[in-house]
Write a protein that binds this ligand. Structure first.
Ligand code: DLL
Length: 446
């Protein structure tokens, strides 16, 4: 199907859930301001950390009179979720919370997000609108191969799919053979998973002689949770004949469905009536004008469980001010391809080097010198951790070394849920640095 045919298919009829995407700008701004004021008041009244920071700045909720006044408000960061773990940022009583979701923290503990029923509906509204924008309709069968559970990918797309009435096949991640069998046998038309997992599915399918164009009914891929390039998109579309859509989101702000691309693929439309985007300079923290590249910051406008105000995502992007040809009035951000911190995304899982360090250092006889190597074998990310051990340990017999390797591997896996290859090395063999130490080599970027 050509892009033109696809565009026609998408524009008529516009899915009913998409109405706010086309709201006149003045009406959208008025709605955003109204919701922002309510969110700031709610956080001020219920979240001690937020109130303290506001008081320190001499700012009160009633000072937010226009959308520009958002610049008066303090930022929130991932460390706040760690420091206030697990319930400190909650703005509602526990009996209103109906679900927790988690994401990686920077150390051994995850971060926890509390969702009220309202928050689950807001989140679902974002994923429904993203799917509708991608052209998914009630006649589609969508295989959700994002992980279900604490990670928001699986449940997020699941609720979105059910919301727009398509048939959902909740395979979750893993068990590639069964995924391929069901995709073919059930006539799956859309798949939602990380782009790297889709490449893996293609590889495995092709090894078995599958021709995705002939043997499946796939037409749509719903890819996100990690950066992916235009080249990767072209490769996937070439092999399968699908249209690869980009969906963006993060647990702190709800999950997938904060933004997505339309048929013109010129950036991702943000569902701005729920999530207010800003771009700031990560060094000066000053807001940047539309069009300039910087750190993406979101304020949730109608979440009640744990509202996030000026949450620093660490993702680098820019707001694209021109009106989009698709007719949506909601603004777009550029596709996210870089971050301003050291978070790695390995097989769709967020990993901070500090989490690996926390695992390593829980084991005696390991020295605090390590180096992380991330690479890609075929289409799957690999993780190797090189660790220095004491001279005595290194001289031990092979069985003790094997045992140590296994214990280190398990300690790391308990924290990041990824099986890493552990390589033990002699003391003083890993590079030292006189300035900022570089602990990660990411060979995927070559
Ligand atoms: O990855 C939510 C999600 C699930 C999005 C499924 C899309 C699809 P977290 O685990 O909290 O949430 O990770 C959020 O992943 O700050 C980005 O760095 C990265 N990310 C998410 N979507 C994209 C994307 C989910 N489309 C972090 N392109 C974010 C690039 C993405 N990076």
């Amino acid at each position: 199907m050509s892009l033109y045919e696809y565009a026609t298919d998408m524009d008529t009829p516009v899915h009913p859930v998409s109405a706010p995407d086309y709201m006149p700008r003045e009406q959208m701004s008025a709605l955003q301001l109204h919701r922002l004021q309510a969110t700031v008041k709610r956080a001020y009244d219920n979240v001690p950390l937020f109130r303290k920071r506001m008081d320190e700045r001499g700012v009160r909720p009633e000072h937010v009179k226009t959308l520009k006044d958002i610049a008066l408000l303090p930022f929130m960061k991932k460390v706040d979720l760690r420091d206030e773990y697990p319930f400190g940022l909650m703005a509602c009583p526990m009996n209103e919370v109906i679900r927790f979701q988690c994401s990686s923290g920077t150390t051994g503990k995850p971060i926890v997000l509390a969702n009220t029923e309202n928050d689950i509906l807001v989140w679902q509204n974002g994923t429904m609108r993203a799917l509708a924008m991608f052209g998914i309709r009630s006649s589609d069968i969508m295989q959700v191969s994002y992980g279900y559970g604490l990670f928001t990918g699986g449940l997020g797309l699941h609720y979105g799919g059910e919301g727009i009435g398509c048939t959902v096949l909740p395979t979750s991640g893993g068990n590639t053979d069964r995924q391929l069998m069901l995709m073919r046998d059930l006539g799956v038309t859309a798949i939602a998973c990380t782009p790297s997992y889709f490449l893996h599915l293609l590889d495995e399918g092709m090894k078995k002689g599958m021709d995705f164009r002939k043997d499946t009914k796939l037409r749509h891929g719903i890819f996100g949770a990690e950066p992916w390039s235009t080249e990767m998109r072209e490769k996937m579309e070439d092999i399968t004949g699908i249209i690869a859509h980009d969906i963006y989101g993060l647990t702190e702000i709800s999950g997938p469905g904060v933004a997505g691309d339309c048929q013109y693929r010129c950036g991702l439309h943000v569902f701005e009536d729920h999530f207010y985007p800003e771009i700031i300079d990560p060094d000066t923290l000053e807001p940047l004008p539309d069009g300039e590249s910087g750190e993406l910051v979101f304020t949730t406008l109608d979440r009640t469980g744990m509202p996030m105000i000026r949450y620093r995502t660490r993702d680098i992007s820019r707001i694209l001010p021109e009106v989009c040809k698709c007719g949506r009035t909601i603004r777009r951000i550029e596709r996210v391809s870089a971050r301003s911190d050291d978070m790695l995304i390995i097989r769709g899982v967020n990993v901070f080097p500090s989490q690996i360090e926390a695992g390593l250092l829980s084991i005696d006889s390991v020295l605090p010198h390590y180096h992380i190597v991330v690479d890609r074998q075929g289409d799957l990310d690999t993780l190797e951790v090189k660790v220095e051990v004491t001279q005595e340990t290194f001289s031990d017999d092979i069985r003790s070394l094997e045992n140590l390797r296994r214990r280190i591997g398990q300690a790391i896996q308990r924290i990041i849920n990824i099986n890493a290859k552990i390589t033990l090395v002699e003391p003083h063999t890993l590079p030292r640095s006189e300035g900022k130490i570089k602990r990660v080599t990411d060979l995927r970027k070559k």
